[in-house]
Design a binder for this molecule. Structure first.
Ligand code: GLV
Ligand code: MN
Ligand code: MN
Length: 417
């Protein structure tokens, strides 16, 4: 690449207004009454969001490819077609009552970078892909980060396609239904680097007045499905001391799990936010209750100990109440340390752009944690209002989102040289 192109690459800036307009247009898909977005993975609203992304990508002259697990890659060609691509992206699916920025920002920031490079006539040696990863959130199929896991070789494609939602619909069937079971093989190709821009989803950057979080890594996360088996019975006739109430057992477990979190230092976070009762009828004693535990800690070894304690606590409660119990591993993501070179790239880009920054660890899981298993990976955080996320009121400032996308542009351009 000649000197002029190299200079243009550094000088090129994203269009913050276009990025904001794209975010707001995307937020209309699955808009919730409280001002957020509800696009659960592989539902019709997820399809609409994907369709809009693909439309924009094609309008920008990008070549779109969809793989077997529904990941979408929108490619801007480089000068060397054989060079491994630099990838950037995130997810378009949201929580049921999600915000307008979690995930979608990383996807549209990547798209905006490719648009801006075109506007400024910047060529890169490596191709650049803006990527949509399927089902990051995991609120429907209860695993999360599944498709990036397949891409990185951590999860077998067949296992991912078989994952089912509570109605028994598998990822494979849901992908076919929305038309995103693509023809391309999943992963197995060299990647020069992966970068993901995301709102922080925590309060640190805003509180310290920093625009950019240079993400060093992410904490470990494990999901378990707990099935408690009791016995259905008539709510009016069966005396209290003769019941095997699965919901009462599960409720005791939820309280015990919450208390257990306070007994470890440093403290983990343990959450039960998904609980289903069978048959869920007001005048039948619950015969079954299934809930999902979300447990996280910065250290894998501590999470081993916490897992053992959680299993013991639930087992003891079930035994004392004469209830059956089964605890199934759903998914795990070990503690992640991002690539030192990518971390330096992000920090240097923030400095070059004159943006206040600090190093930070991610409490949330991200597709980047999986990509880190397969390629040099880095993340860029920007502040969000009061650190609120997984909430319809999630909010971020247009200027911070633009700054993060500018850092992303610098990072991608540097690795695509
Ligand atoms: C992703 O949304 C997570 O739960 O960390
Ligand atoms: Mn996210
Ligand atoms: Mn999320």
């Amino acid at each position: 690449m000649n000197r002029d192109a190299a200079k243009a690459r550094v000088d090129a800036r994203i269009d913050g207004e276009r990025l904001w307009q794209s975010l707001m247009a995307m937020a209309e898909i699955g808009a919730t009454p409280g001002g957020g977005s509800g696009r659960i993975a592989l539902t019709d609203s997820d399809r609409q969001a994907r369709d809009l992304f693909v439309k924009w990508a094609k309008e920008a002259g990008l070549a779109v490819r969809v793989d077997r697990i529904g990941n979408i890659f929108a490619r801007r060609a480089g000068t060397d077609a054989k060079a491994p691509p630099v990838l950037a992206g995130s997810h378009l699916d949201t929580q049921p009552l999600g915000g307008r920025f979690d995930g979608v920002y990383g996807v549209l920031a990547a798209l905006e970078v490719l648009r801006a490079l075109d506007d400024h006539g910047v060529e890169t040696r490596s191709p650049l892909d803006a990527v949509v990863w399927t089902d990051e959130e995991g609120c429907r199929f209860a695993a999360g980060m599944v498709a990036s896991g397949v891409f990185a070789g951590k999860v077998a494609l067949a296992d991912a396609l078989r994952l089912a939602d509570p109605d028994g619909v598998t990822i494979g069937v849901a992908l076919e239904k929305i038309g995103y079971a693509g023809p391309a093989p999943v992963g197995g190709v060299p990647v020069a680097a992966y970068f993901e821009a995301h709102i922080e989803q925590g309060p640190v950057l805003e509180a310290e007045g920093k625009t950019i979080g240079v993400v060093l890594g992410a904490q470990a996360r494990r999901y378990f499905r707990v099935s408690v088996a009791g016995e259905e019975g008539h709510a009016g006739t069966l005396p209290m001391d003769r019941r095997k109430d699965a919901l009462v057992g599960a409720a005791r477990m939820v309280v015990a799990l919450n208390a257990l979190a306070f007994t470890f230092a440093p403290r983990p976070v343990i959450t039960v936010g998904d609980l289903r009762v069978r048959p869920n009828s007001r005048n039948t004693i619950p015969g079954g209750c299934v809930f999902v535990i979300d447990s996280r800690h910065p250290e894998d070894a501590m999470l081993d100990r916490i897992e053992a304690a959680m299993r013991r606590a639930c087992g003891e409660i079930a035994a004392a109440a004469g209830l059956g119990i089964a605890i199934e591993d759903l998914s795990r993501s070990d503690a992640t340390r991002f690539d030192d070179r990518c971390i330096t790239t992000v920090r240097r880009a923030a400095e070059r752009l004159g943006l206040a920054h600090r190093d930070i660890h991610s409490g949330a899981g991200h597709d980047a944690c999986n990509l880190a298993l397969a390629a040099p990976t880095g993340m860029i955080f920007v502040p969000c209002e009061k650190g609120i996320s997984h909430n319809e009121t999630e909010n971020a400032k247009p200027e911070d989102l633009a700054a993060g996308a500018d850092v992303l542009l610098q990072a991608m351009a540097e690795w695509a040289r």
